[in-house]
Design a protein around this ligand. Structure first.
Ligand code: SAM
Ligand code: SF4
Length: 312
């Protein structure tokens, strides 16, 4: 359905857990404790019920995120249930990739079409530093397995000034060599990342300044996509700060405890708990109509949560 600003909202992003097996310093507190009680987390059946009502309003695409969706108990069941809904044409999943060795095949069988895999450095010591717990080899192995299983893959790289901007050309080479699309995402001042130094927040323009091999190919709604030379590798630039995509925003978000969030950068949330059928559909409609015209990230996110709690 259309929101108040004539935007078609057809994309639901569901955070299935706020827990994660990693603790990226710009996303999550180092203790990583869940703020949600076990009882407040939506069951797979409840998620299906909400997606079904949302699909009646025109939601066609679902993204499963978190936290790390692959640590959520019942993740394959959740995806299989969503896959049963006829109006849902695409199921995507965002993951840090470290558990794909165990899950990639099951995800494919359950109906996932696309994977976005996060990778913020190509250096082992830095990977451990940024994620506080992870091993680069696990993430790289996950990417390889997903590629071998023919998933449509995009790599997500959050660009952090003074941390990984020295690796921009290495990332471009990685995308070229592996014939992948790698998207640089501008670091957003939300939750724990609000505490980071000003120098950490840099514009994606730096990628274009540093890499002369890129030629503009197309815009896919959230990112400007550039081809790397004549290769099959592409670089996407997602620039929520320097080039906001609010005008084309088609998203609605659902948190693991059943709260609808009309915008990532607003603390506005609507509770779906206890609602079924027509009443549930009505609150989803209300959330779509409450989508703000735009965010004001340049003066800071209004969100009261960390990224792992809302779902990036
Ligand atoms: N655990 C999964 C992962 O890392 O892909 C899914 C959840 S994570 C919150 C989703 C995406 O949000 C990741 O690509 C992550 O890098 C990104 N993210 C987290 N905090 C961010 C921030 N402050 N600014 C920009 N992107 C952020
Ligand atoms: Fe976990 Fe993803 Fe957040 Fe990293 S970005 S802490 S992997 S939820």
């Amino acid at each position: 359905m259309l929101d108040k600003f004539n935007r078609e909202v057809d994309y639901l992003r569901i955070s299935v857990t706020d827990l994660c097996n990693l603790r990226c310093f710009y996303c999550m507190h180092k203790d990583g404790v869940s703020k949600l009680t076990h009882e407040s987390i939506m069951s797979p059946e409840r998620i299906k019920e909400i997606v079904y009502e949302a699909s009646k309003l025109g939601i066609k695409k679902v993204r499963i995120t978190g936290g790390e969706p692959l640590v959520r108990k019942g993740i394959i069941e959740i995806i299989s249930y969503i896959h049963e809904i006829p109006m849902i044409k695409e199921i995507c999943l965002t993951t840090n990739g470290t558990l794909l060795k165990e899950f990639a095949y099951k995800l494919k069988e359950a109906g996932v079409n696309r994977l976005n895999i996060s990778l913020d450095t190509l250096k082992e010591d830095k990977y451990n530093k940024i994620t506080r717990l992870g091993k680069l080899s696990d993430a790289l192995e996950g990417i390889k397995i997903a590629k071998d299983l023919d998933f449509k893959i995009k790599i997500n790289t959050v660009l952090i000034g003074g941390f990984n901007d020295d690796e921009i050309l290495d990332f471009v080479k990685f995308a070229k060599d592996n014939e992948l699309t790698l998207r640089f995402i501008e670091l957003m001042p939300i939750g724990v990342s609000k505490e980071l130094d000003k120098q950490s927040f840099i514009s994606n323009q730096i990628v274009l300044d540093r890499c002369k091999e890129l030629t503009f190919d197309h815009n896919d709604g959230v990112s400007d996509v550039y081809r790397i030379g004549n290769s099959n590798g592409y670089i996407g630039l997602i620039s929520p700060l320097s080039k906001s995509f609010c005008k084309k925003c088609s998203r609605l978000r659902l948190t693991a405890d059943g709260k609808l969030r009309p915008c990532l950068h607003s603390s506005l949330s609507l509770d779906t708990n206890g609602l079924v059928g027509e009443k549930l559909k009505e609150i989803i409609k209300e959330a779509i109509l409450l989508k703000p015209k735009e965010h004001h990230l340049n003066i800071g996110s209004d969100s009261d949560k960390n990224m792992n709690e809302i779902g990036g």
